[in-house]
Design a protein around this ligand. Structure first.
Ligand code: PGA
Length: 251
């Protein structure tokens, strides 16, 4: 059966020293109880190698927040999937709405990033989600379906089954406005059904689909109780170890 995961997305927050401290705190807390789900932190590139040295990877997975769509070479400022993997990280967030919105990421470039992540043994946490206008125009299912199809549906069944998906309605990210548990469940069930039509029921049933967007200790348990919600991708509430661990404990 599919795995439940709570993943932190630190975004562009914390200095290296603050980040190492936060990772140590999360790691220490995870030693004090048995988490009922996988726990991952996705952190800035600059922090990966140092954090890898201070965490117990049996308790806490480590990921980057992006990687390049090129293998190597003259791409000043880019960080490749191989570089990310060489730090000890095992995950990479791809297609986050902030990357799509502010850095022009498209399904074409994301397809290349997903392929390179998989080639380098990284598990992509692939983000999809509609903006407010799309939900209001009632095209949110079409938008999410297209995002999944365009970037992921050329993958082999074997490769597709290595992905984690994250449904993040853009209107809920960093806004304090969470999707209701019913809205999340409705979309997650739709995504799973879309996967089933392409790759079959078994692969669909085994795909972890996280919810992201203002997920916090006060609403995590209700969201995670839904049958198709397999955990969360947590932004703001992952920047304090207590609130992040409280979300982990929602399972
Ligand atoms: P948020 O961010 O929890 O701060 O809304 C979630 C995300 O962008 O992954």
């Amino acid at each position: 059966m599919r795995k439940n995961i709570v993943a932190g997305n630190w975004k562009m927050n914390t200095t290296l020293q603050e980040g190492v401290q936060l990772a140590k705190e999360v790691n220490e807390s995870l030693k004090s109880f048995k988490a009922n789900c996988g726990v991952v932190i996705a952190v800035p590139f600059t922090h990966l190698a140092s954090i890898n040295d201070v965490i117990d990877k049996n308790l806490l997975g480590l990921g980057a927040e992006n990687c390049a769509n090129k293998v190597s070479g003259a791409f000043t400022g880019e960080v490749s999937a191989a570089m990310v993997a060489s730090t000890g990280a095992n995950y990479v967030i791809l297609g986050h709405s902030e990357r799509r919105q502010y850095y022009g990421e498209t399904s074409e470039t994301l397809k290349e990033k997903v392929a390179l992540a998989l080639e380098n043994g990284l598990t992509p946490i692939f983000c999809i989600g509609e903006v407010l206008e799309e939900r209001e125009a009632n095209v949110h299912f079409d938008v999410v379906k297209r995002q999944v199809e365009e970037a992921l549906f050329e993958l082999s069944a074997e490769d597709f089954s290595k992905l984690v998906l994250a449904y993040e309605p853009v209107w809920a990210i960093g806004t304090g406005k969470t999707a209701t548990d019913d809205q999340a469940e409705e979309m997650h069930a739709f995504i799973r059904n879309t996967i089933a039509k392409k790759y079959g029921k078994e692969i669909a049933d085994n795909t972890t689909i996280l919810y992201g967007g203002s997920c916090k200790p006060s609403n995590a348990a209700q969201l995670f109780a839904k049958p198709n919600v397999d955990g969360g991708l947590i932004g703001g509430a992952s920047l304090k170890s207590e609130s992040f661990i409280d979300i982990v404990k929602a399972f």
